[in-house]
Design a protein around this ligand. Structure first.
Ligand SMILES: Nc1ncnc2c1ncn2[C@@H]1O[C@H](COP(=O)(O)OP(=O)(O)O)[C@@H](O)[C@H]1O
Ligand SMILES: O=C(CO)[C@@H](O)[C@H](O)COP(=O)(O)O
Length: 475
């Protein structure tokens, strides 16, 4: 990286402020080599005071984690609605991407504009409850006095970036995260403030200026450069630098399927969101509400720890002897069934073992993402290989089932904190002033055994059973 100062240790940091935790990595700016890490937990809620993220960042970086760091970038959970008054104070707790109370607002907004295709044309995505624009409509309808106090609306990463810069001046954002609001058009790079005003009862709060991918947001009081930051999925894409044919599947709180594309996506079915990425391109993405926590919930139901659930799932045959878990435990977003609950079908006396239930949980989680893979394949991506990341990708049972359920080769990039690493890479890019992000050393990639012909047939049967269960739910 020739544009960086020629000294031994130029350090950059990346922050991943996601649903369940804050993770921080410190990397060598030239190579990307990991130097140190920190983390802190978030509460289990869909409505959170942003101060909680600030305190988690403080905890995660305690003990001098950021000593010597020259630049820092923040990647955050997408879509969260952070409302600020004219003094910069938070008006109400942030409503997060997985809060489904705005589902009726999403349906109303969709109808008002003339249907899903009109939204896909306008902003690349059909709004569901996750999108910020629907949360603003909910607030306008249910909390009009609070809505009247809103002077600005920003996203979680925008707010954290602004706080790092002292909490004065105007907040900024990037096109990746802005593309998840529902009032920003990724294809043109412009806000649709008309849609924001329509959603918010005619109110027109300020929105953050959209920085270029390598444009700094500013410097902290200690002179640390703060990069534009982005959404967590955009940061993971930047970390992985996925090649054509690689599609990323992330198994965090959300399950996401995405890849980089030179063209904006526009899916009137709403299965694929036409996001922008963090490099100036696009990031077609399908997102489920139920991923890693399907496994924690199943482990709790069985009265075991995650490690035991993993062992049980590995001990069961592929297909779980017909046990089918449709894991809509927190409602679902893709497909758009915000009020759905989970179902367990295919119960036979001989099949009702802890092993099969554990395997059914793993397969149920993965089937939601397999449907996402099919959807992104119809909208500009070509899944020849899956790169599997996120907390649940650590489980051996998930690694065993993924090639079967997806029916394509799967590789697991190590180490695991790709969102934070992507944010650090963006910081290094902004620090370098170069035209392209720094070439960081390739990370080790564990290629999982390729699916056999038998696996392919079993995978087809598993996906079919889940599709039938989904069909029964749609009525
Ligand atoms: N070995 C494991 N097996 C299964 N799930 C795991 C394992 N390690 C972590 N997880 C799960 O991964 C989730 C956290 O993943 P992460 O990608 O950090 O999520 P997020 O970014 O949404 O906060 C948690 O629900 C946790 O229980
Ligand atoms: O809503 C989406 C993507 O559109 C989610 O992917 C959020 O960005 C939260 O991510 P995690 O906390 O699960 O990483």
């Amino acid at each position: 990286m020739s544009d960086l100062p020629d000294t031994d240790a130029v350090l950059v940091a990346g922050v991943d402020s996601s649903t369940q935790s804050t993770k921080v990595v410190v990397c060598d700016a030239r190579t990307g080599q990991l130097v140190r890490t920190g983390r802190a937990a978030h509460p289990d809620a869909t409505e959170v005071d942003p101060e909680v993220w600030w305190r988690a960042l403080d905890t995660a970086t305690a003990g001098g984690l950021l000593d010597g760091v020259r630049a820092l970038g923040v990647a955050g959970q997408q879509h969260g609605m952070v409302t600020l008054d004219e003094h910069g104070h938070v008006v109400r707790p942030a409503l997060l991407w997985n809060d489904t109370r705005s589902a009726p607002a999403a349906a109303d907004l969709t109808a008002e504009l003339g249907g899903p295709a009109a939204w896909a044309d306008a902003v690349g995505s059909v709004p569901v409850a996750s999108f910020t624009v629907t949360k603003l409509r909910w607030m306008a309808e249910h909390e009009p006095e609070l809505a009247d106090r809103v002077a600005r609306v920003v996203l979680p990463h925008d707010w954290l970036t602004w706080r790092l810069l002292g909490g004065t001046g105007a907040p900024t954002t990037d096109r990746g995260d802005a593309s998840g609001t529902g009032y920003f058009a990724p294809a043109t790079g412009e806000y649709r403030t008309d849609l924001l005003a329509r959603a918010f009862g005619g109110r027109t709060p300020d929105v953050p200026a959209v920085l270029d991918p390598a444009e700094p947001a500013g410097h902290t009081g200690d002179g640390v450069l703060v990069s534009a930051g982005t959404g967590d999925n955009m940061a993971a894409a930047l970390a992985l630098g996925a090649e054509a044919g690689d599609v990323v599947v992330s198994l965090g709180t959300s399950g996401t399927v995405f890849g980089t594309s030179p063209h904006p996506a526009r899916d009137p079915s709403g299965l694929v969101a036409g996001f922008a990425d963090a490099t100036g391109r696009f990031l077609p993405l399908a997102c489920t509400l139920n991923a890693a926590r399907v496994l924690t919930a199943t482990a709790a139901m069985l009265g075991v720890e995650l490690a035991e659930l993993d062992r049980l799932a590995l001990a069961a045959p592929a297909g779980a002897e017909g046990l089918t878990l449709l894991p809509y435990l927190d409602g679902e977003r893709t497909p758009n069934l915000p009020d759905a609950t989970g179902t367990l079908t295919g119960l036979r006396r001989a099949a009702m073992t802890p092993e099969n239930l554990a395997r059914a949980a793993v397969e149920g989680m993965l089937c939601g993402l397999a449907a996402g893979l099919e959807a992104v394949a119809r909208h500009g991506l070509e899944p020849r290989r899956v790169l599997l990341i996120g907390g649940a990708a650590r489980a051996e049972s998930v690694r065993a089932a993924a090639p079967v359920v997806f029916g394509v080769p799967v590789a697991v990039p190590e180490p695991a904190e790709h969102v934070a690493i992507g944010a650090a890479r963006q910081a290094a890019w902004a620090l370098s002033g170069a035209a392209e992000p720094p070439e960081w050393s390739a990370r080790s990639l564990r290629e999982l055994p390729e699916p056999t012909a038998g696996d392919a047939a079993e995978g087809e049967r598993i996906r079919q059973r889940h599709a039938e269960a989904r069909g029964r739910m749609h009525g």
